[in-house]
Design a protein around this ligand. Structure first.
Ligand SMILES: [Zn+2]
Length: 349
């Protein structure tokens, strides 16, 4: 696990006093006197500096023995963007052709560092890259709808046609003339009680559902878009809404089987393992050895465990239902504390 570096205690305490929402998700604050931990923006009364302890993740705070605050619900990650982000995006979207630089952001009255921090945290990218990807995705859509390459390049904010073609090639591996054959993988964040997840879909189905702090997230996006010749774009899609609804019902204990079209991307062996995972009923667990047996190769325990870890549709393809022979939870790409919570949820019923 990567250990994220925290800002200094002084900076964090100041952010806490000012309820600075750009630190949402950057740190969590625990209060030694109450045993409760909060988001930086919690509306509860501010504790004294000598009574607080800072953590870079909610799970660390829990591991240390703190309880989540009932007022600010630190386990539900910042769902909606803060006002200033919405405002920034509105301002930027009103002139979509423009190329954005730090200076332009400053001119609009936004602090570039704050913008950088928020986009890094929430989309794991810079604001500039976020806008660039978004613009390029819109351009691919236009070309797909039959618009000519040159006007599209200029209205997308590229100064030269060759720059646009290069960017498009980088993103799709294809020249724009062929981009009619390119589909978009729409990616959007959804919120769950165990933190945010990224869902990736096309009209064909769900390709990806991953916890946002998962180490493999970027690798998975690259792998999936390469296999299916897709361009990743951060944008809304009606199927993501459906995913969000069903995932919410699942976490409320109201849904035991998902009914969503899945597009599984992997080797024949991986697909075999993942299809077998779908046969493990809600509320049950099996061992890695049993899983190997079920796919007909008792010796393939290690390969089975590895395929399990490569699952890109978490929760829905229930790789969390595979545990050690001895009952030990073993690893989980989305972190073991989540695996524990998922199994607790399913067993509670
Ligand atoms: Zn709180």
């Amino acid at each position: 696990m990567m250990i994220r570096e925290l800002p200094s205690n002084g900076i964090m305490y100041k952010a806490l006093v000012e309820k600075d929402s750009s630190y949402e998700g950057v740190f969590y604050v625990a209060v030694k006197t109450t045993g409760v931990f909060c988001r930086p923006t919690c509306t509860a009364r501010k504790p004294k500096a000598e009574n607080v302890e800072f953590f870079s993740s909610a799970e660390e705070a829990i591991d240390t023995g703190y309880r989540p605050c009932k007022i600010c619900n630190p386990l539900e990650l910042s769902g909606t963007a803060p006002m200033w982000v919405t405002e920034l995006l509105n301002r930027v979207e009103s002139s979509p052709g423009e190329r954005w630089k730090d200076d332009d952001i400053k001119k609009l009255g936004f602090e570039p560092n704050r913008v950088r921090r928020w986009f890094k945290k929430n989309y794991n990218t810079t604001f500039i890259t976020y806008m660039r990807t978004k613009r390029l995705g819109e351009a691919v859509n236009k070309i797909g709808n039959g618009e000519k390459v040159t006007p599209t390049a200029y209205t997308s904010g590229y100064e030269s046609l060759s720059g646009f073609i290069d960017a498009l090639k980088n993103l799709t591996g294809k020249a724009p003339l062929k981009s009619k054959e390119v589909d978009l993988l729409s990616i959007e964040k959804i919120n769950t009680p165990l933190g945010s997840m990224f869902a990736g879909v096309t009209d064909k189905g769900l390709y990806m559902l991953e916890f946002e702090d998962r180490r493999m997230l970027k690798t998975q996006i690259k792998r999936i878009t390469k296999i299916h010749n897709l361009v990743p774009v951060i944008q809304k899609h009606k199927l993501i809404k459906k995913v969000e609804e069903q995932v919410a019902q699942y976490f409320e204990g109201k849904l035991k089987e998902f009914s969503l079209p899945l597009v599984i991307s992997g080797t024949e062996f991986q697909k075999k393992v993942w299809n077998e995972l779908l046969n493990i009923p809600y509320g049950e667990t099996i061992s890695y050895e049993e899983l190997a047996k079920r796919i007909g190769d008792i010796k393939a325990v290690r390969a089975v465990a590895s395929a399990n870890g490569f699952n890109s549709i978490a929760v829905i393809i229930p790789c969390h239902r595979v545990i050690g022979k001895d009952g030990d939870l073993r690893g989980y790409g989305g972190k073991v504390w989540r695996k524990k919570r998922l199994l607790e949820l399913e067993r509670a019923l």
